[in-house]
Design a protein around this ligand. Structure first.
Ligand SMILES: Nc1nc2c(ncn2[C@@H]2O[C@H](COP(=O)(O)OP(=O)(O)OP(=O)(O)O)[C@@H](O)[C@H]2O)c(=O)[nH]1
Length: 474
């Protein structure tokens, strides 16, 4: 009964493990996808933010701080004689910050830069200066020096009376940007496009789109932008799905307030999906491995449990000897192997009075102790079992009937001389032995019948003796 309850519990446990595993797998997969999506989303922004802070904001902050310096204002409000001091200051700043600096002096009508060059501030030569002067903004980001393109931050400088003194600027080589863009593109697969308020492309990771000569490319020149509806073009492009050269891409938009620029981060979906899928597959495979491991564990437990149950089914619980059905199987096996065999029935003498005098419990102890003694005494090649009640059976392969009788006489003597103790009482027992033999393949009932006859004779002859009955045709 307990065995079946345990088996039932094991099956329920296996079922519970499978159900829990499936629920966990589904939950885990969904969470993983969401987490991977968010992670990928965040990863797409972090390099862009790093880029903006390191490459754009730093020069802006440096220029803004320096523009407040009284030394600069003094130099820019002085007449031409101070040129040497202007160059010296610009060279010093270049050494300190590793950036290019320039001053466009309104009073001197001259532009000086940290490389030691000066250019006359005329409408023909420095056109941007006159355009910028007219505009209301005090800070501007610009791309200039077309031979060696630079990203400039230009700041208007005023004296304490609010008189315009000129422009102070910081320049950063675009080569540096291209290197950083390439590094990010390799690492994350993204493309960056910075545009100004006119949607002119000022900086980009796509070299094809970079400014050529003095002409900017515009966002409107790009085929994917042209493919958008007018309404889409006019509004934010954030989270828009695009088709760029037949590839799906996701666009993220960031406004860079100080320059009035917009940054578009274009992510090819394929690379992002591959990244998400890879993470997802690793988790699912790990989880399946765990489930498979659990399954194997429970399967093995059940397997050993089943084996134990089979064993239990073949063994007599009281004496722990092979039971009747197992002995029948053993006999058939011996017949199949064409072995000659002596079969012995061992029946305890006057067992009924033991039960009646000492109780059934004491009777059980007697049965168990005699079984243990017989098991100890029989040869390792013999098979002992309980045939039923107070009767045992012994199969002796490759043993002739006379040899079997001799061995049984030894067992009979041993049994009659043993003292069995149950609690405070000692019991002496004897047994009768009926031996039969077969050298050819026969049914068990035929051989048993002969052994039974021999046993009957033994009982009739006064018990505690061994008798043999051969089958007629042998
Ligand atoms: N304690 C106990 N008694 C059992 C068990 N199986 C059978 N018996 C008893 O064994 C007794 C067998 O009695 P009988 O068949 O009359 O045999 P006997 O008293 O040994 O007499 P003979 O065989 O003629 O010598 C019965 O009383 C059964 O109840 C068991 O598993 N435990």
């Amino acid at each position: 009964m307990n065995i079946f309850r345990t088996l039932h519990r094991s099956i329920l446990m296996l079922f519970a493990v499978v159900v829990i595993s499936i629920v966990t797998l589904v939950h885990f997969s969904v969470s993983k996808i969401v987490a991977e999506q968010s992670r990928a989303q965040q990863r797409s922004y972090s390099p862009a933010l790093k880029l903006i802070v390191e490459q754009l904001m730093q020069p802006l902050h440096i220029s803004e701080t320096l523009a407040e310096a009284q030394e600069l204002k003094n130099l820019m409000s002085q007449p031409q004689g101070k040129e040497a001091e202007i160059f010296a200051m610009l060279a010093r700043l270049h050494d300190e910050f590793n950036l290019n600096f320039f001053i466009a002096s309104e009073i001197n009508r001259m532009q000086y830069n940290s490389q030691g060059r000066k250019i006359e501030l005329s409408e023909e030569k420095v056109n941007w200066y006159f355009r910028y002067k007219e505009q209301p903004e005090n800070a501007m980001a610009d791309i200039g020096q077309w031979q060696n393109p630079q990203f400039y931050i230009d700041l208007k400088i005023y004296d304490q009376n609010n008189n315009f003194l000129g422009v102070f600027g910081v320049g950063k080589s675009l080569v540096g940007f291209t290197e950083v863009f390439n590094q990010y593109k390799e690492e994350y697969g993204y493309d960056f496009i910075f545009v100004d308020q006119n949607k002119d492309i000022t900086l980009t990771s796509d070299v094809e789109l970079l400014v050529k000569g003095t002409t900017f490319k515009n966002l409107a020149d790009l085929p994917w932008f042209q493919s958008l509806s007018e309404e889409q073009q006019a509004s934010s492009l954030n989270n828009l799905l695009l088709d760029i050269d037949g590839q799906a891409a996701l666009i993220a938009e960031l406004n860079i307030q100080p320059f009035d620029w917009t940054l578009y981060i274009i992510t090819p979906l394929e690379s992002r999906q591959t990244e998400i899928s890879r993470g997802f597959i690793i988790s699912v495979v790990t989880l399946l491995g765990v489930i498979f491991g659990l399954f194997l564990l429970i399967y093995n437990l059940l397997y050993y449990f089943k084996k134990d149950m089979q064993k239990i089914k073949q063994i007599d619980i009281l004496t722990e000897l092979s039971n009747r059905s197992n002995m029948t199987l053993k006999f058939e096996e011996l017949m199949y192997e064409k072995q000659s065999v002596s079969l012995v029935l061992i029946d305890l003498d006057n067992f009924k009075p033991i039960n009646e005098t000492h109780g059934r419990k004491a009777g059980d102890i007697v049965l168990r102790q005699i079984a243990q003694m017989l098991q100890r005494e029989v040869r390792s090649t013999d098979f002992l079992g309980r045939w039923g009640g107070e009767e045992f059976i012994l199969l002796m392969p490759d043993t002739g009937p006379h040899e079997a009788v001799e061995i049984c006489q030894g067992l009979c003597k041993k049994l009659s001389s043993m003292t069995i103790t149950t609690g405070s009482t000692s019991i002496q027992m004897t047994a009768s032995f009926g031996v039969s033999f077969t050298a050819v393949s026969r049914t068990m009932s035929e051989v048993i019948a002969a052994a039974d006859d021999a046993l009957f004779t033994a009982k009739r002859d006064g018990r505690n003796v061994v008798r043999m009955q051969l089958i007629k045709s042998d």
